[in-house]
Ligand binder design. Structure first.
Ligand code: FES
Ligand SMILES: [Fe+2]
Length: 414
């Protein structure tokens, strides 16, 4: 048989259950809303890096599952996270992506967060310090101590990343949540302070899970000429994909032959601490975070799902805070030549996933997306995605391959 007619095209694949997912999980509005509620509002999400808030009163804003969030560094140098929402009439307090509260602004006094609407003020611990014309309006019925910002659980963990959860009742530390998935890179990122030297973001028409997939599976290295030239050897094909509790996955390391690509050089000289020369590790954290260390530069992808077929991905490049200006320049070059907006790798992934997004828009017919390769859990095995989608099913309560049916633990179906 050659090409398929409609009925044949829709037939169930020859593969086993769990070896494909229904494309509806990438395009359905109702499933997307459930994901925000059941996954994104429940977990630890890294939102930025502590080097982006170097000084007391520095802040950065973001959203988690549409909720506005602000992280600020207090006078005590501790980083805290709050809902970026005023308890008076629900205005978003700070609209800038980043900045400092140290100095006064036309609508605020120094060292406070001031809501522009009616000028209520809050300190860096979220305490309300001024209600304008309080006695005139509220007499003795409401005062500063009756209101305040909603503080969110936060932790600085894994090389200085700031993790936040909207779930006050989360019963795990970030370390427990990671379940060992961060351990392979912990010695390299925790040895000395890191610093963000690169930031760019992409807002693209594809589901966030498709970006996570492209970080989880390496079979698509056929897309990347640079990766093929510098990578396809016995050691590469022996790289292991290892699953961890909670849907996280590690991609094991190997030695990249950078000199095989014209104009590229070994990264040995600026290797991260405890990292053998030119090694390359990847960590894919559920539900959509990626840490990627290529010898001399660490990349993090932090995703903000914006709709079933829209995601914002923030890309950061990190080096050692102790870098000399000369070393930093080389590190930036190493990073950008691969992972910058015009580098040899990342833009190719963006083109590929938007091709998937174009074919999986809301209302498009369901089709099967295959995850069925088995190669002894090595680099072109698709066990990383299977591991992720099993966890996804658990949290959303739907079968990834039959999303209108409830999730059933694989052991029970065996
Ligand atoms: S809404 Fe913030 S002060 Fe009124
Ligand atoms: Fe890729």
């Amino acid at each position: 048989m050659s090409a398929r007619n409609h009925e044949q095209w829709n037939a169930q694949p020859k593969l086993q259950s769990g070896e494909w997912v229904d494309s509806k999980i990438y395009s359905d509005e109702e499933i997307f809303e459930e994901e925000l509620e059941k996954i994104w509002k429940q977990m630890w999400i890294p939102v930025c890096h502590e080097s982006e808030l170097k000084n007391a009163y520095d802040f950065r804003t973001m959203t988690i599952a549409r909720e506005p969030v602000i992280v600020v560094r207090g006078k005590d140098m501790k980083v805290r996270a709050f809902l970026n929402v005023c308890p008076h009439r629900g205005n978003m307090i700070e609209r800038r992506p980043s900045g400092s509260f140290a100095k006064s602004t036309p609508s605020g006094t120094p060292k406070t967060m001031t809501c522009m609407f009616h000028a209520w003020q809050f300190d860096m611990k979220g305490k309300c310090v001024n209600i304008t014309r309080k006695e005139e309006g509220y007499q003795d019925r409401l005062c500063e101590s009756d209101v305040g910002l909603r503080e969110l659980k936060s932790e600085v963990y894994f090389g200085g990343f700031i993790w936040v959860s909207l779930n006050d009742n989360i019963n795990q530390t970030v370390e427990e949540f990671a379940a060992g998935a961060l351990d392979s890179l912990a010695p390299s990122v925790n040895e000395e302070p890191l610093e963000v030297f690169h930031y760019h973001k992409a807002i693209i028409d594809c589901n966030y899970k498709l970006w996570h997939d492209t970080n989880c599976e390496f079979y698509h290295d056929y897309l990347h000429y640079h990766n093929r030239i510098t990578g396809f050897n016995d050691e590469y094909f022996a790289r292991k994909n290892t699953g961890f509790k909670g849907g996280h996955v590690n991609v094991g390391s190997f030695e990249v032959q950078y000199e095989n690509y014209e104009g590229f050089h070994s990264r040995e000289e600026l290797s991260f601490p405890h990292l053998p020369a030119n090694q390359w590790y990847m960590i894919d954290m559920f539900p959509g975070v990626n840490f990627n260390l290529r010898g001399s530069a660490l990349r993090s992808d932090i995703m903000t799902p914006l709709g079933p077929n829209k995601v914002m991905i923030e890309f950061r490049g990190l080096g050692l805070a102790s870098d000399s200006p000369k070393d930093r320049k080389i590190r930036i070059d190493h990073h950008n030549s691969i992972w910058g907006p015009f580098g040899r790798n990342l833009c190719e992934d963006l083109i590929a996933v938007t091709g998937q997004g174009a074919a999986m828009q809301s209302g498009s017919e369901s089709r099967q997306i295959l995850h069925g390769r088995h190669e002894n859990e090595t680099i072109h095995d698709e066990n990383g995605m299977r591991h992720y989608y099993e966890e996804w099913g658990r949290w959303v309560g739907r079968s990834p391959s039959h999303p209108d049916q409830p999730f059933v633990e694989p052991a029970e179906t065996a």
